[in-house]
Design a protein around this ligand. Structure first.
Ligand SMILES: C[S@@+](CC[C@H](N)C(=O)[O-])C[C@H]1O[C@@H](n2cnc3c(N)ncnc32)[C@H](O)[C@@H]1O
Length: 272
């Protein structure tokens, strides 16, 4: 017991330093989350936010795994809407599997960056859309007819109320044949566990994580429990689900990223 005390004390001191670092980074004026997202993407485009975007992995096979599952579980004859597409890196990969892709994001800055990075790809379109707004999504549904929906890393950044609003808003998009494929980070334990898993300590926080803490809404986690609440069984059928990992951008000096525990699911609407 006594011999373990110095280690435990050092750990407690490190935790305190980490909490203080995170608190200092998080101080900012109150701002609606959608505004924070737009500030973030505009800052990335303008170069004032110059660290790597933490969820944009540059290597690894994470996206290949989603494409493989989506190709086997969704109707690949239908268009797919990539909700919360960011700068469209995953939308461009989806264009290799589905005949047309519509990337939708609440941030105009993200959509502009996605458009310029996707020039010359005629089956790929981008639009500004708050996907929790049922009227805006219904208008998109009238334009597109029935489609699939892809979501990576959006539910876990929304409040529980907006998570439920997003799932309800998506329903009309799917028609009878469309399905949703979602993948979300799902780290067990509290926020400190999440941060430590991403390489943060009291001595320092990797740049991409520091940038995210300072600029973005605080993320939560999204797993089977949250999915059951947000996609109630009276309206939704689970086609398949499981545990997976999300790859981050390089977080360390040696260029390596981190694999974050995550949850994926494919769902369809329950009819009749
Ligand atoms: C963690 S990022 C994931 C980006 C992208 N899906 C990817 O995996 O690279 C979350 C994205 O969701 C977008 N977003 C947040 N709230 C949204 C909303 N209500 N409607 C549409 N997009 C939203 C943000 O602007 C951001 O681009």
């Amino acid at each position: 017991m006594i011999s373990r005390l110095p280690g435990a004390l050092a750990r407690a001191a490190d935790t305190l330093r980490l909490v203080l670092r995170v608190a200092a980074l998080s101080i900012r004026l109150p701002r609606h989350p959608d505004g924070l997202w737009d500030d973030f993407w505009s800052g990335v485009s303008a170069g004032s936010l110059h660290e790597a975007v933490i969820w944009e992995a540059t290597g690894g096979d994470e996206i290949d795994q989603h494409l493989e599952r989506a190709a086997s579980l969704l109707d690949t004859g239908l268009t797919i809407v990539d909700i919360g597409c960011g700068t469209g890196a995953v939308s461009r990969r989806l264009a290799g599997v589905f005949p047309a892709v519509v990337g939708a994001d609440v941030s105009r800055g993200a959509v502009e960056a996605a458009r310029s990075a996707s020039a010359g790809m005629p089956h790929l379109k981008f639009m500004v859309l708050d996907a929790t707004d049922p009227e805006a999504v219904a208008a998109l549904s009238r334009d597109l007819g029935e489609v699939n929906v892809f979501v990576r890393g959006v539910f876990h950044v929304l409040s529980p109320r907006r998570q439920a609003a997003l799932a309800r808003a998506i329903q009309p998009l799917l028609g009878t044949r469309g399905r949703i494929y979602l993948v979300e980070s799902n780290v067990s334990g509290g926020a400190l566990n999440y941060l430590r898993g991403l390489g943060a300590t009291g001595r320092g926080i990797p740049g991409p994580l520091r940038q995210a803490i300072a600029s973005l809404p605080k993320p939560g986690h999204f797993g089977a429990r949250q999915r059951r609440r947000v996609f109630p069984a009276r309206d939704w059928t689970v086609i398949a689900e499981g545990a997976t990992t999300l790859d981050t951008a390089p977080m360390h000096g040696d260029g390596s990223g981190v694999r974050i525990p995550a949850y994926w699911a494919a769902l369809g609407r329950r009819h009749g």
